[in-house]
Ligand binder design. Structure first.
Ligand code: NAP
Ligand code: ZN
Length: 346
């Protein structure tokens, strides 16, 4: 299937027009016209090889929403014309304990990423969502509620589920104090979900101008982290803190804000190891944890939750020729709050 998109050919090159073929449909495959594709900071980390050697040419993009245009002979989950979403992975082993538990993102053999990955045949490069068409095994796609603005749905496929999953796993809800570090693509979804789940929600941001937006999204408090001493006043007060910051930073003052048995979950992945003070952890039986996206069942659950609560991402819709500028603006924390590419412009 002829597909138009945008690709990067080396870590130092800008993204540019790229034409390629997607596979013809296998019996369990679904083909879609992509409507919108979000720009995740992980796209930038990988296109610029900040996580190590990458596979080029790379068509990034793992926040995909569109409409089904064709189905394979054995497809039972989707019909032509239905809305469909695709996220961060397109396959997994389907046999291990994680896959069996609906936690395909933690597949023991490794999930197959939507891009910067080889498909499970070990040789076909997986091309992602910065493109006008996609082909996917129906098991790795989800239904999109029809009441939501579609441009704001695309970022739910990664940013949304990546914050929804730890909030649910660590029981964010009424009576819980939750902190969200960084008000970017992931962080702003964290604020919306934590608020909707009934938790008292505090944003930690190094961008003072984002305060009004954070409060409009449901934050109860907004703390500017430029003066790190501000955090001293909040020692031992949080049940759960989610770190979505894409840059290196000292976790120590954030760990100190956890109360007895509190957990700080690392979600941002800047690349360098963290230095951790063991005394800070054991002093209040604190936990330092990590969380990666969400499984297929949880992705659908999160979208249904968004449909019920009318939650979407706040987006800036752009044309394909703006992607390189959007990358620079995202790195500068200058995005409100997710760039989403209009796939008609590929
Ligand atoms: P983003 O939109 O760029 O947001 C990151 C936010 O971090 C910025 O908006 C900014 O918030 C804060 N920040 C950036 N530079 C900073 C600095 N130098 N000092 C302090 N704060 C800074 O990125 P994103 O798409 O949300 O992704 C965030 C991170 O999560 C990335 O590393 C990405 O790779 C990772 N990620 C992880 C998963 C997972 O499954 N765990 C999934 C997707 C993405 P303020 O302006 O409010 O300070
Ligand atoms: Zn992502």
């Amino acid at each position: 299937m002829k597909t138009r998109g945008y690709a990067v050919t080396s870590a130092k090159a800008p993204l540019a027009d790229f034409e390629f073929e997607r596979r013809s449909l296998r019996p369990r495959d679904v083909a879609l016209d992509i409507y919108y594709s979000g720009i995740c900071h992980s796209d930038i980390h990988q296109a610029r090889e900040e996580w190590g050697p990458a596979i080029f040419p790379m068509v990034p993009g793992h926040e995909i929403v569109g409409k089904v245009i064709e189905i394979g002979s054995q497809v039972s989950k989707f019909k032509v014309g239905e809305l469909i979403g695709v996220g961060v992975f397109i396959d997994s082993c389907k046999n291990c304990a994680s896959c069996g538990a609906g936690l395909e993102q933690y597949c023991v053999e490794g999930m197959t990423g939507t891009y910067n990955a080889l498909e499970r045949d070990g040789k076909t490069i997986a091309f992602g969502g910065y493109s006008d068409k996609f082909v996917i095994d129906e098991d790795y796609a989800v239904h999109v509620p029809s009441n939501l603005e579609l441009s704001g749905v695309a970022p739910l496929m990664c940013a949304g589920v990546t914050l929804y999953s730890p909030l649910k796993n660590w029981n964010a809800g009424p009576g819980k104090k939750v902190g969200i570090m960084g008000l970017g693509g992931l962080g702003h979804m964290g604020v919306k979900f934590a608020h909707a789940l009934g938790a008292q929600t505090t944003v930690f941001s190094h961008s003072p101008e984002k305060e009004a937006d954070a409060k409009a999204m449901g934050a109860d408090h907004f703390i500017v982290t430029k003066d790190i001493k501000e955090l001293d006043k909040l020692k031992q007060s949080f049940d759960l803190i989610l770190n979505t910051v894409s840059a290196d930073l000292d976790l120590e003052p954030y760990l100190q804000m956890l109360k007895l048995d509190g957990t700080l979950v690392v979600i941002g992945l800047p690349g360098k190891p963290y230095a951790i003070n063991a005394g800070t952890l054991l002093g209040q039986r604190r936990s330092l944890a990590g969380s990666m996206i969400g499984g297929m069942a949880e992705l659908q659950q999160m979208l249904n939750f968004c449909g019920e609560h009318n939650i979407v991402s706040d987006v800036e819709v752009i044309k394909s020729d703006y992607i390189n500028t959007a990358y620079d603006r995202t790195v500068a924390s200058d995005v409100k709050y997710r760039f989403v590419i209009d796939a008609k412009t590929f």
